[in-house]
Structures are given as structure tokens and as C-alpha cells.
Ligand binder design. Sequence first.
Ligand code: MN
Length: 133
Amino acid sequence: MRINRGRIEGEPSDRRGPTFTGEVWAEPLLKADGVTVNTVFFPPGARTHWHTHDGGQILLVTHGRGFAISDAGDGGPIQAGDVVWFEPGERHWHGAGPETYLTHVAISLGGHDWQDPVTDEQFQAAIDAAADY
Ligand code: MN
């Protein structure tokens, strides 16, 4: 077994690059046996690109408000306390709301496949579909 004291010792926080829109930061908590756990911070308007996870992904939403959207047409607004499960291979994106930050713990299973950016029109469609926004 292993106990990481809050995060992975010696591994710096990571500003995510070209597979995200906006300035997204990730804090590495655990990497073990095909499981990757990060805390991810999205400022308002920031989001992932469309992507899939080979073994699926769990999001534990810890602060703020945002979106988790599946290409299959489901998903919607998320907020602190919500728990999200993406099926293996399910094409999706997640991120902050237009005027709210979002922090989630992401538990990712296996590899991932990054795809095209979420366009401003797609982001606006998620906002328009949500009564709360
Ligand atoms: Mn994901």
C-alpha cells in the first residue's frame, strides 16, 4: 500500500497544455497501476477538449460549478458534491461554467485519447441547455 501525503511528493503542479481551453492546473495526487488521480482547477470558461478514457473516469466535484457533457447528448451542469462517471470510450468534455470556477478530483482509468476543442458554440449550447445558467 501507499499513503501520499496530500499529493505526489516531488512532482510539481502542472499547467495543462494544448488539450485544454483556458489556464487549467492539475495537482498530482496518485499514479498507480493504470489509475491516475489529479485535482484539477478550471477558471471560468476553461474546459477540456473532447476526449475519451480507455477505462472510464470518475469526477468528484469539490468546489464551484461547471459542466460535464457527453457527445451522446446527456450530461449537463455539475456542482460541488456531484459524482460523475464516464463510461470507457465515452466521448465527453468537462470544465467550469462561464462565470464560475470548478475544481474536481479526477480518477482516470487507463489511457486517454485527446480530440478536438470544445468550440465556443458547443460551450454556449451547454449553457443554453441548463436552466441554472
Ligand atoms: Mn474526462
